[in-house]
Ligand binder design. Structure first.
Ligand code: FAD
Length: 331
């Protein structure tokens, strides 16, 4: 039986493992289960290759309370740091293991965790699966025939010298515009609001500068009514008559993600509306079951440092109430 099983090896799962090791949980007492072939899958898939990973993302203060911390870094440096943390803390990750079920035993502090390849027993479970397992989709139907041209990231298809429409108004949308225009694409951005209040200052200023220089066409206050297949290319019809219907080579949606509600509810976690109920230190309504990282950050979404800090906070309660370990430093 494990002391702790962590589900997901992104920034939250990796820092949770580092916190556990720092608090004295042995390598044999700890297991990380990751559904992808490698850790930090969200960063590898959704971050543009030359992205600057900012420490104060979404306005979170860049102040660290636990064992892991980072300044502004490149994508490559961030992934290397997470890589090294796994090695330095001697953390065992089982890759290609998708957790689909979890049960809590009634009379003792014990869970059984079921993956597509086996089952594991543990005293404490920490879920760190993030919100981008299923990226948010628009509310109009997307033609299946265009699935290779309607994208949710900028790394899975080489995008060069193409007409591209980005849809969204957050930091990701701005970073996609910056990255794709630098690579010689003709980029337009459709956002239903008329200002970029959700973006951080750097992303807002960079995007507005691209708009002023004519390097990105900003379609602010625009709403997409439908997308149709026009001889293999997306034809986007806007509700605004002045914009009409336009053809692109690709449409990239940057609409964020959402809590995997069904998965969490099946496990027995209680919800208030669309959000899981969280008690002190991100413990759910199921004793000994914690949510960290993006899952603990609320509707605004989290950041990497938020993930690191949430792991430290959860570990202090886990030590105090479940594993009898000296509480980790910080907090
Ligand atoms: C385009 C973009 C740009 C961003 N830029 C920044 C930035 O500059 N700075 C910053 O601080 N933050 C940034 N963020 C936010 C940051 O990436 C997230 O806050 C952070 O990745 C959350 O970490 P996490 O571990 O909670 O979730 P994730 O990073 O999403 O990791 C979840 C992991 O769980 C795995 N998993 C999912 N389901 C299962 C399952 N059932 N079983 C097993 N494993 C599972 C996934 O494969 C994944 O590896 C950005 C996000 C995006 C999308």
């Amino acid at each position: 039986m494990y002391q702790m099983i962590i589900i997901g090896a992104g920034p939250a799962g990796i820092s949770m493992a580092a916190e556990a090791r720092n608090a004295g949980v042995t390598p044999e007492g700890l297991l990380v289960l990751e559904k992808a072939e490698e850790h930090s899958f969200t960063l590898k898939k959704y971050y543009p290759p030359d992205k600057l990973v900012t420490a104060n993302y979404k306005g979170f203060e860049a102040v660290c309370t636990g064992v892991m911390c980072m300044p502004d870094l490149s994508k490559h440096e961030t992934i290397s740091y997470l890589d090294r943390s796994l090695v330095e803390h001697d953390v065992h990750v089982r890759y290609r293991e998708t957790v689909h079920k979890l049960t809590k035993h009634d009379r003792e502090q014990r869970f059984t965790v079921y993956t597509d390849r086996g089952e594991f027993e543990t005293r404490v479970v920490v879920i760190a699966i993030g919100i981008l397992g299923k990226p948010n989709k628009p509310d109009y139907p997307l033609p299946r025939t265009l699935k290779d041209r309607l994208l949710f990231d900028v790394t899975s298809v080489p995008l060069e010298n193409a007409d591209i429409l980005i849809v969204g108004g957050g930091d990701s949308a701005s970073e996609y515009c910056q990255y794709l225009s630098q690579r010689g694409n003709r980029v337009s951005l459709s956002y239903r609001k008329t200002d970029f209040s959700r973006m951080n200052d750097i992303n807002r200023e960079s995007l507005l500068a691209l708009g002023t220089r004519g390097q990105v066409e900003l379609l602010l206050g625009s709403t997409i009514a439908r997308v149709a297949d026009a001889q293999g290319r997306p034809e986007v019809t806007f509700t605004e008559a002045s914009l009409g219907a336009r053809r692109y080579d690709y449409v990239v949606y940057a609409l964020g993600g959402s809590t995997p509600e069904n998965f969490l509810k099946t496990i027995g976690i209680e919800f208030s509306g669309a959000a899981p109920q969280l008690k002190e230190a991100y413990e759910t309504s199921v004793p000994g079951l914690f949510l960290v990282g993006d899952l603990s950050a609320g509707p605004k979404g989290g950041s990497i440092i938020w993930a690191f800090n949430s792991a430290n906070t959860a570990m202090r309660k886990i030590c105090r109430e479940y594993l009898d370990c000296p509480p980790p430093s910080g907090g």
